[in-house]
Structure formats: structure tokens, C-alpha cells
Design a binder for this molecule. Structure first.
Ligand SMILES: [Zn+2]
Length: 298
């Protein structure tokens, strides 16, 4: 499952290649991917036809992101919402040039494009963009404009982005005060700050030296400050490094994310703590394995 840094790295890598290009044709092989979001989806032939016809001759103006949703903005005000979920991938290729891959690594895509996982193919005036997905939990949806996404409550439960200027220490302090559940579970919940999945939530708690099972409301201002600094520095660094290759993500330029080398606790239960040398502990919080150091974290 990609976390925010992997999606942000992909967005930044694709942006210079697709912005300014015009869509010449679209082929949808799997209608369910463009029909709706959610776990149970009914493929709609009508949505597939709309997707294939409405996008023709539209120019790509920008690619932005809300949490792990990528939003492609068109000159018609229409937008394409892309969510990679577990195993989705976006690949851009210009004739005679190496492919720009981002998202879940699909070995076949490194040699063959399109391939059996290429379910949506956008031919641009220069280059082709493929939406590839092995398990097809992802979705690529067309909306008349971005306001509709907000009106439909698509982003309602989503808190602030750690890279957003409005995400401040004061904001975090106020928000955590109201939460009577475990810190790890609040961070995973996305309602205060978005983009911290299992890896980055554990790493942030470790860097801030706070035990993940503490009640969020019990944090002292000094601890919130440490947590705030940890979240911002970890996410910024991970984006710059292309995310964590443990999540099997590759950057849009084809290189593997290298942030995994920076992990202090994630996936390291039982191994010695990098700081004090005692074995790291684990427990399950919100059905997710949580790793921490009971000596370094208070
Ligand atoms: Zn330790």
C-alpha cells in the first residue's frame, strides 16, 4: 500500500511530462476501474464510453494531490481522479525513450508496454500514459469539475497534509487534545493529519520519543512539538528520497525509493534499537503491527 510520500514522488515526477499535453484518445479495457470507487463495483459500459469520448482533445493543465488521490486537471474544468490503492501504477512513455514508471512495481511493465495489466491507455499528442493495476482495487474517475468531489464529501474525513502550510504545531496541539484514543490509531485515522500510514506513523512516534499506545489527549505541549517536527521532517525526507522501497514502490524515473534505509522501527520488531540497543517491541493497534522502543519512547 503506497503511503503519501510514494504518491507525492510519483506526482512530482510525472508533472513535467504530462502537463501541457493533449489527450488524443483513451482506451478502457476494464470498465469497472472508471465506473466507481469502493470495494464492490459494477462495471458501467456507459461510464466507460463517457470516459473514452469526453477526454478526447482535452489538454492537461496540472496534476495535484489530496492525500493519496492524484487529480489531473483538464482545460475543460473536468478532472480525472486517480487512486492507485494496493497495486496500481502510472507509466508514461515517449517513443524511443525509456518509460517513466511510478507506483507499484510491475515487472512486466519494465519490458513490455502495454501489457496484460494495462487497463487504461491515454494516448497524448506526445507520449502514452498507462494505468496498470494487478489486483484492480484502484480507480480512475472522471468528474465535471473539482467542486463536485468536495460536494460529494469525497475528502470529508481527510485531515491536513503534513506538507500544507496550515499544518502547524498549534493545529496539532488543539486537534490531539480532543482525541481520547491511542496516538497511533489517531495518526492512522487520517482525520487530523493525512498520509501517515503504518510505516510513517511508527517512525514519527519513535523520532518524537512517544509511545504509540499513549492516549493522544495525554501528550504534553513539548511532546506535541516533537511529534509535529518528526512528522514534517520524516514526510519531507521520504518524498525527497522517493518513498520507501519496502512498500515496493518505484519512482517515476524508474529508480527505487530509498527511504527504507532510514527506517528505525518499521518492520524491525525484535531487532536492537538504533539508539539504545535494546530489542524493539511490537503490539497490534487498529489491527496493524506497531513497533516501538519501550526504553527510548515515553
Ligand atoms: Zn531504544
Amino acid at each position: 500500500m503506497p503511503e503519501l510520500p510514494e504518491v507525492e514522488s510519483l506526482r512530482l515526477s510525472l508533472k513535467p511530462y504530462i502537463v501541457g499535453k493533449t489527450i488524443q484518445s483513451v482506451i478502457v479495457h476494464k470498465p469497472k476501474l472508471v465506473s466507481s470507487a469502493g470495494t464492490v463495483r459494477t462495471p458501467s459500459e456507459q461510464k466507460k464510453r463517457e470516459f473514452e469520448t469526453k477526454l478526447v482533445n482535452k489538454k492537461i493543465l496540472d496534476i495535484t494531490r489530496v492525500a493519496k488521490n492524484m487529480i489531473i486537471h483538464l482545460d475543460s474544468e473536468e478532472i480525472i481522479l486517480v487512486h492507485l490503492k494496493m497495486t496500481g501504477q502510472l507509466v508514461y512513455q515517449e517513443q524511443g525513450s525509456p518509460a517513466i514508471l511510478g507506483g507499484h512495481p510491475i515487472e512486466l511493465s519494465e519490458s513490455t508496454l502495454p501489457n496484460k495489466h494495462s487497463h487504461i491507455i491515454f494516448t497524448l499528442n506526445e507520449g502514452v500514459m498507462y494505468y496498470n493495476d494487478i489486483r484492480m482495487f484502484g480507480y480512475v474517475l472522471l468528474y465535471p469539475n473539482i467542486d463536485i468531489l468536495y460536494q460529494e464529501g469525497h475528502f470529508e474525513a481527510i485531515g491536513l497534509d503534513p506538507l500544507d502550510n496550515n499544518f502547524t504545531y498549534e493545529y496539532l496541539l488543539k486537534a490531539l487534545k480532543k482525541k481520547k484514543s491511542k496516538l497511533k490509531s489517531v495518526l492512522l485515522g487520517q482525520s487530523i493529519v493525512t498520509g501517515l500510514g503504518n510505516i510513517y506513523a511508527d517512525e514519527a512516534c519513535f523520532q518524537a520519543r512517544i509511545l504509540p499506545y499513549r492516549l493522544a489527549s495525554s501528550l504534553k505541549p513539548k511532546e506535541v512539538k516533537a511529534l509535529y517536527n518528526a512528522i514534517v521532517s520524516i514526510i519531507s525526507k521520504a518524498v525527497a528520497m522517493g518513498g520507501s522501497s519496502v512498500a515496493n514502490y518505484i519512482m517515476a524515473d524508474g529508480s527505487r525509493g530509498t527511504y527504507a534505509r532510514e527506517h528505525n522501527v518499521y518492520g524491525k520488531a525484535g531487532l536492537p534499537c538504533n539508539v539504545c540497543g535494546n530489542p524493539l517491541q511490537k503490539m497490534i493497534i487498529n489491527s496493524r503491527t506497531t513497533v516501538f522502543c519501550k526504553f527510548c519512547q515515553k
